[in-house]
Design a protein around this ligand. Structure first.
Ligand code: C2E
Ligand code: CA
Ligand code: CA
Ligand code: CA
Length: 275
């Protein structure tokens, strides 16, 4: 149990079930972790399929918990979103990712995930501008990844923000493509720079005809629209070969590398492949 601001212990309050208690503890832990800088950014290479070169790294957050070790974002992003802490966390990720990327070769970009909740923060555009200015990173090297759910909410305001970001030179990718309700209509609502094909389609490429058909359709869509397509979760050569054949422009996945700490970026750039 922990004390709240006034020193009263609320943890054992009646009516609070075990799940709510666990959640409250995690929330307090999360809040403290932000203050203690316990979040790290790991980087996963994104490779150009034709040239086999690394073109960018995706920034993926990890919570380096003093007792529990590295915690997956799957375990804390949802709660960070519910509590609004994602705004602060997202700003930290953005600042760290831009600062790290500024030390990489100029042709290498960085992709940062943005939560729908961050779009409700009036300072989003300013925090992107600040992260770029503080790091000296050229805006063209920053990609922001958003999911369809971002466009579901208050889409006029969201579109205005996306256009403001784009006006600065930042690129915008549509993440997890194909998993939502009406992916195609979102492609018409904003001129995205890239479509990321969700891992669920890639993992079944060689075993399910329908996944193959969907990947083929999405890469074709990217070609018609003149934008890049990135396949996520590429784990084996058979998948890479099928993606290459379909003209998918970029690939990312354990076949090349899992997300690794910033200190290993140089090594990931030097080695064609590592697992
Ligand atoms: P995502 O944006 O779709 O990121 C891709 C996820 O797939 C990452 O999981 C990555 O480690 C994993 N992955 C990459 N290649 C492979 C592969 O070959 N096989 C398999 N099985 N998995 C692969 P991770 O790092 O656990 O992140 C999970 C999700 O958490 C992300 O999905 C993203 O939605 C969210 N997330 C992570 N960091 C941030 C962040 O800084 N901000 C926000 N808003 N969300 C984040
Ligand atoms: Ca992503
Ligand atoms: Ca994704
Ligand atoms: Ca995802």
């Amino acid at each position: 149990a922990k004390a709240d601001g006034r020193g009263t212990y609320r943890f054992f309050e009646t009516g609070m079930d075990a799940r709510a208690q666990a959640r409250r503890l995690l929330e307090m832990d999360l809040r403290a972790a932000l203050g203690r800088n316990e979040f790290e950014v790991h980087y996963q290479p994104i490779r150009d399929v034709a040239s086999d070169r690394v073109v960018a790294f995706e920034a993926l957050s990890r919570w380096n918990h003093p007792q529990r070790g590295l915690i997956s974002p799957v375990a804390f992003i949802p709660l960070a979103e519910e509590t609004g802490l994602i705004v602060q966390l997202g700003e930290q990720v953005l600042r760290n990712a831009c600062a790290d990327a500024a030390t990489w070769p100029e042709e290498i970009g960085v992709a940062v995930n943005l939560s729908p909740v961050q779009f409700k923060n009036p300072n989003l555009v300013a925090s992107v501008t600040e992260a770029l200015a503080a790091s000296g990173l050229a805006a063209e090297r920053l990609e922001l990844e958003i999911t369809e759910s971002v466009l579901l909410q208050n889409s006029e305001a969201t579109l205005a923000i996306l256009h403001e970001l784009r006006a600065q030179g930042v690129r915008i990718s549509l993440d997890d493509f194909g998993t939502g309700y009406s992916s195609l209509s979102y492609l018409r609502s904003f001129p995205f720079d890239k479509i990321k094909i969700d891992r669920s389609f890639v993992s079944e490429l060689s075993t399910r005809e329908d996944s193959m058909a969907i990947v083929r359709a999405v890469t074709g869509l990217g070609r018609s629209l003149g934008i890049a397509t990135t396949a996520e979760g590429v784990e084996n050569d058979a998948q890479l070969e099928l993606l290459r054949r379909e003209g998918c422009t970029q690939a990312q996945g354990y076949l090349f590398s899992a997300p690794r700490p910033a200190s290993e970026v140089v090594m990931m750039l030097a080695k064609p492949r590592l697992r």
